[in-house]
Design a binder for this molecule. Structure first.
Ligand code: SF4
Length: 117
C-alpha cells in the first residue's frame, strides 16, 4: 500500500492553525517522513479540493490528511472519497492539526503515517 499525505491548510488563515508554519511543516514532512507523495491544498473541502480528490484518489493508496478536527474532516471529505470510490474506513487516516504547533502537527503526522499499514 502506498502512502500519500494530503495537508489541508484551511486557506492558511484559520485561527485554530495560527501556530503552524505550513511552509516549514510541509518541508519537514517531505524530508523526514517516509511516504510516496504529498500535497498541500488550501481548501480540500470546497469544490476545487473535492474535484482534485475525486480525480486523484485511487486503489492501492492510503491517505493521511493533516487538517481540521477529525469529526469535521469526516463530514467534509466524505463526498470526495465517495466520488473517488475509495472507502474511508480502511484507506483514510485523519490527523487533527487544529490548535497545534508546527512541531506537534509534524509529530502527529509522523505517528499517523507510521500507523498506516
Ligand atoms: S477540510 Fe477542514 S482544514 Fe480543510 S479547508 Fe475544510 S475546514 Fe479547513
Amino acid at each position: 500500500m502506498k502512502k500519500a499525505i494530503m495537508i489541508c491548510s484551511c486557506s492558511f488563515a484559520c485561527p485554530s492553525m495560527k501556530d503552524i508554519n505550513f511552509g516549514e511543516l510541509s518541508e519537514r514532512i517531505r524530508m523526514e517522513i517516509p511516504h510516496d507523495y504529498m500535497l498541500v491544498h488550501p481548501r480540500l473541502c470546497e469544490e476545487n479540493g473535492e474535484n482534485l480528490m475525486a480525480d486523484l484518489l485511487k486503489d492501492g493508496v492510503a491517505y493521511v490528511t493533516p487538517a481540521c478536527g477529525i469529526e469535521k474532516q469526516k463530514k467534509l471529505l466524505r463526498d470526495a472519497f465517495e466520488r473517488a470510490k475509495v472507502p474511508m474506513d480502511d484507506r483514510w487516516k485523519p490527523v487533527s492539526i487544529s490548535f497545534k504547533t508546527t512541531e506537534q502537527a509534524f509529530n502527529d503526522t509522523l505517528k499517523a503515517v507510521e500507523e498506516v499499514q
